[in-house]
Ligand binder design. Structure first.
Ligand code: CO
Ligand code: CO
Length: 322
């Protein structure tokens, strides 16, 4: 991307330079639009479930920025050799998620390709003063994570036929869960920074937040919710390729304590992962109290924000007093 011409405008509130996936464009003093898109190849066998996951993943950046999705368009590639009924199921799964999000599915485009791919282009709205970005964490904040991690490891195990039906359902449900529910209470709280956990993994997205905010983020592995079996499989070396690109790209700026599997779990690329929210401790208490009654996924306070030190991100095995 850095070889592309630069686009600048005072109406562009969030663009390419902050490593957020979505762009925010100010229309007037009251309204800004958020644009984002995402699509990928199937990660589960069931086409309807795949459609749900791909749509939840594409909608996620709107929620991470504090916005509300309003319209969505399908992005599809599909081969001639597959039963068209499969495509119908994928699109149904996606459409049901868009409906659950309260947005409108208004069209899309399909291209013939050897491999099926599906996702959405989504437009959302937000008040220009209420945009949450991933570069404003403040010293003294704590960090809340709203979904367990380890989906990349489990998807790798799934491809190797090592997951039973119960585990497949569990990991699919987590990936298909909209971040809408985690984002809902944020507008009523003081929130400094927010991002969604996707391809860079928890550590990678924390790194982007720490770098952008000019702080150090300290996380405690024993406070992070990790999916059942993910530890075991990581110890066996069932680690997706994306983990190693994350490690080689970012691990120099980090200090990760403990055995290698800890590093592989915190760098595990997530599909439709949860929100990572940086906010003052008292606000986090209110947030957790809300989540106890309203969130279907496991959540926890996983760390805190400190003055900038040598490393941007520190992962300790166990929680310190804080
Ligand atoms: Co994205
Ligand atoms: Co994102």
């Amino acid at each position: 991307m850095r070889d592309l011409p630069k686009f600048e405008s005072d109406k562009l509130l969030v663009g390419l330079d902050t490593s957020d996936d979505a762009a925010v464009y100010k229309i007037n003093e009251e309204q800004a639009i958020i644009n984002t898109l995402d699509f990928f190849t199937p990660i589960v066998d069931d086409p309807y479930t795949f459609g749900q996951i791909a749509a939840a993943n594409a909608l996620s950046d709107i929620y991470a920025m504090g916005g509300k999705p309003i319209v969505a368009l399908n992005i599809v590639t599909f081969p001639d050799c597959l039963d068209p009924e499969v495509l119908t199921e994928i699109l149904k799964g996606g459409a049901d998620k868009v409906k659950e999000a309260g947005a409108l599915l208004v069209g899309g485009h399909t291209v013939k390709d050897n491999e099926p791919k599906y996702g959405l282009s989504v437009t959302g709205i937000i008040h220009p003063d209420k945009v949450l970005d991933n570069a404003s964490a403040k010293v003294g904040d704590v960090l809340v994570l709203t979904k367990p991690i380890g989906t990349g490891i489990l998807n790798t195990a799934l491809k190797a036929d090592m997951l039973d039906d119960e585990m497949i359902k569990k990991v699919s449900d987590i990936m298909a869960e909209l971040n809408k529910y985690a984002a809902e209470p944020l507008k009523d709280l003081t929130v400094h920074s927010c991002t969604d956990i996707t391809g860079f993994g928890l550590a990678g997205h924390a790194f982007e937040m720490a770098k952008g905010s000019d702080v150090t983020i300290e996380m405690y592995f024993d406070q992070i919710k990790v999916l059942d079996k993910a530890k075991e499989y990581a110890q066996m070396g069932m680690v997706p390729g994306g983990t190693y690109s994350n490690v080689s790209y970012m691990s120099e700026a980090m200090h990760i304590e403990g055995e290698e599997y800890i590093r592989d779990i915190v760098f595990d690329p997530q599909t439709s992962g949860g929100l990572l929210i940086s906010l003052p401790p008292a606000e986090a208490e209110k947030l957790l109290a809300y989540y106890k009654n309203h969130l279907n996924t496991e959540f926890s306070i996983i760390g805190r924000v400190k003055e900038k030190e040598e490393y941007s991100v520190i992962v300790k095995e166990k929680k310190d007093e804080f």
